[in-house]
Design a protein around this ligand. Sequence first.
Ligand SMILES: Cc1cc2nc3c(=O)[nH]c(=O)nc-3n(C[C@H](O)[C@H](O)[C@H](O)COP(=O)(O)OP(=O)(O)OC[C@H]3O[C@@H](n4cnc5c(N)ncnc54)[C@H](O)[C@@H]3O)c2cc1C
Length: 241
Amino acid sequence: MTPKQPGTTSDPGPRSPRGPSAGTGLADHVAAVERLRSDYRALPEGAPVRLAKPTSNLFRFRERSSAPALDVSAFSGVIAIDPVERLADVGGMTTYEELVAATLPHGLMPTVVPQLRTITVGGAVTGLGIESSSFHNGLPHEAVQEMEILTGSGEVVTATRDNEHSDLFHGFPNSYGTLGYALRLRVELDPVSPTCTCATCGSTTPRRRWTRSPGSAPTAPTRGGPWTSWTGWCSAPTSCT
Ligand SMILES: Cc1cc2nc3c(=O)[nH]c(=O)nc-3n(C[C@H](O)[C@H](O)[C@H](O)COP(=O)(O)OP(=O)(O)OC[C@H]3O[C@@H](n4cnc5c(N)ncnc54)[C@H](O)[C@@H]3O)c2cc1C
């Protein structure tokens, strides 16, 4: 499935991941992109561009604004999951709570799941999210394969690590919406173990506590290895189990 919209003429638009898909659907997403582009064009000249989002995890002092905000509610859902390639196509305003609920039935999870359940995938990527599994999986943006972004010019482009929009792709993390809004992201997923055990690495103080799959050898933590989470620090040997 390779729709021609959204995007510029040079942009082929999103490809659905292969394999069974579960989610809001690409056709709905493509229609929502067109509506958003139209809403964006209709903003009054010089008006600040704002997102109408029901949640936010960026605490800052702001003047109340009566300026219209872009309705991005259509971008809060999982579009498709490819359990074979371990990829999810997800709307930019999808919360991690929603994404995890969609991936777990496939035995998969995002490589990093922020602690606050209302953090969105787009917000975590543009806001440089982090959580415990980052110690071996990196940051959320490092598991992104491509992003569909509404830019300031009103275009919607698909940026990847190495296409003509790679500058945008690489500059997007930590840009906090200043370079555009991510409407769709393709993110890599990791397998989930049904159970885990808690173990400690032998080390001098302070001692690290790791979680690893049952029966796995106590090797150094690496992505894709048995280690699934860094659960904290042991302050004293007696507190380690
Ligand atoms: C108390 C607190 C605890 C936190 N804990 C964690 C944590 O455990 N793990 C973690 O990773 N982070 C944490 N954060 C940081 C949080 O991940 C970032 O602030 C993140 O940007 C919030 O994402 P959001 O989806 O809630 O977006 P918002 O708060 O709505 O927006 C944050 C910024 O991102 C921009 N933005 C939002 N969506 C998009 C999009 N789709 N495309 C482009 N720009 C967008 C907005 O314009 C805004 O500038 C915490 C923050 C706070 C205040």
